[in-house]
Design a protein around this ligand. Structure first.
Ligand code: HAM
Length: 435
């Protein structure tokens, strides 16, 4: 092969290779996610990465569908999309089996998702996302539980309350603001939602200038600006405060506080990109500027199952990405250090001990030890070095003396310590030294 068409060593742009040490971190993150979701009684489900493109066109949101999906025509002429999110899929699954499923459902999943984005910190083209969703409950108790799961996941990772903030808003409230309070037409409402979404990324003057361009009317710009300045729901103008969505938001925030969640705040600029949200929306952010992306977000979507032409099933949930949570855990030094899953590396003095070494490994595996045998003809010192480089905690060498006495010098590589252990005590000793 000449230089020109040499195959690239890089993974496809915006995707990651998981070498064992990366996979270790990934498994840790997935483990915490799964443990907390299961503690709350959520059941795991899964689906294919391929869906008909029409699924996303129906209700996801223009940016994701027009600019971010990987869509292709299959050999049968069907338009297919590689899933950019899991919510439409889970809604489809719920709609399909709605007659058999025992509601309310508490479901979770950890799918890999693909979005054609410009790769940058916290944003890649492939990420894994914990999805925790509940179906069949309209009351606010479901919203509270979903946010509690999210909060408990952060605590299970060791995060402190002051390291993250839970921003809360409500689509009902935003709709009321746009339609009734500001009396905007559909296009203006859409543009103002996008502007609110960008609010913290632009200056106050730019916000006003852009709002003027969209609304034209100075009094509406002023009314909007007043609302965006408030930090607390009690500061809202009287006619806004009277709306039922404000009472709902207030009671939601108060009940979170009684659950011990004190880092939740109302944020009028929180819109969230998807068209399907209908009620409470929330997003969790790192409070450190080093990691500005949302760690996760979600909300209530009571009309999504209905798009399949079946009776309405209310839904609420969130998605938490592995890229952003990993950045967060790194920022706060909360990631565990790598540990090999191999407990013991068995080296041999020479090839004549191969049979003994493999029998010993096989016996130890039955006793619950993950044992690997060196199969090379390298010198003993090089074999031990392999174990060390692979961060395997224990090694022993099989030679003449060991086969005769059935006693082994068990070496703890991290401490450079060696102890003599009889065959019967090997597994027990390794386990007790590891714990
Ligand atoms: P989303 O806000 O698009 O929501 O994504 C949720 C989280 O996934 C984000 O906060 C971020 O952590 C992560 N994420 C999204 N895109 C990327 C990317 N390109 N690279 C890295 N991480 C990313 C949803 O997807 C909703 N379907 C969540 C949901 C579930 N709502 C209700 N249930």
């Amino acid at each position: 092969m000449n230089q020109q068409n040499k195959l690239s060593l890089e993974s496809y742009k915006g995707t990651r290779d998981f070498y064992p040490e990366d996979q270790f971190v990934q498994n840790y993150i997935f483990g915490v996610w799964r443990k907390v979701a299961e503690k709350y009684g959520y059941l795991e489900y899964n689906a294919s990465i391929l869906e008909e493109a029409a699924l996303y066109k129906a209700k996801s949101g223009e940016e994701i569908v027009n600019e971010q999906t990987y869509t292709f025509i299959d050999r049968g002429g069907r338009e297919v999309t590689i899933r950019p999110e899991m919510t439409p899929t889970v809604a489809r699954m719920v709609a399909q089996k709605r007659k058999e499923l025992a509601f309310p459902l508490r479901w979770f999943s950890i799918p890999n998702l693909f979005r054609y984005e410009r790769p940058q910190r916290g944003r890649l083209r492939e990420h894994w996302q914990l999805n925790v969703d509940m179906f069949g409950v309209e009351s606010i108790g479901a919203d509270l539980e979903i946010v509690s799961v999210a909060y408990d996941i952060m605590k299970a990772f060791g995060a402190k309350d002051e390291s993250f903030a839970i921003k809360i808003n409500s689509r009902k409230f935003l709709n009321f603001l746009m339609d009734t309070f500001l009396r905007l037409n559909g296009q203006q409402a859409h543009q103002i939602s996008k502007l609110l979404d960008r609010m913290h990324k632009i200056s106050g003057e730019d916000f006003i200038a852009q709002a003027k361009e969209i609304l034209g009317d100075d009094s509406k710009v002023e009314a909007l600006a007043t609302i965006t300045r408030i930090k607390n729901l009690d500061e809202l103008p009287e006619e806004v405060k009277a709306h039922e969505s404000v009472a709902e938001l207030k009671s939601f925030l108060a009940r979170m506080e009684t659950l011990g969640i004190k880092n939740a705040i109302f944020d009028v600029s929180l819109v969230r990109g998807f068209d399907y949200y209908t009620g409470i929306v929330f997003e969790v952010n790192d409070t450190s500027p080093a990691n500005p992306r949302a760690l996760f977000g979600g909300g209530r979507y009571d009309d999504l199952v209905g798009i399949f032409g079946v009776e309405k099933v209310p839904g609420i949930g969130f998605g938490m990405g592995d890229v952003t949570i990993r950045d967060f855990l790194e920022t706060y030094s909360l990631l565990p250090s790598y540990e090999s899953i191999v407990d013991l590396y068995i080296c041999k003095f020479d090839e004549s001990f191969a049979g003994f070494a493999s029998q010993l490994a096989s016996d130890l595996r039955k006793e619950g030890i993950n044992a690997a045998v060196d199969l090379t003809d390298k010198k003993v010192s090089a074999q031990v070095k392999t174990a060390d480089r692979q961060k395997i905690p224990f090694v022993l060498v099989v030679g003449e003396e060991e086969t005769k006495s059935n006693k082994f010098k068990l070496k703890n590589l991290s401490e450079s310590k060696e102890i003599e252990v009889s065959r019967e005590d090997l597994a027990k000793t390794i386990k007790s030294l590891e714990s």
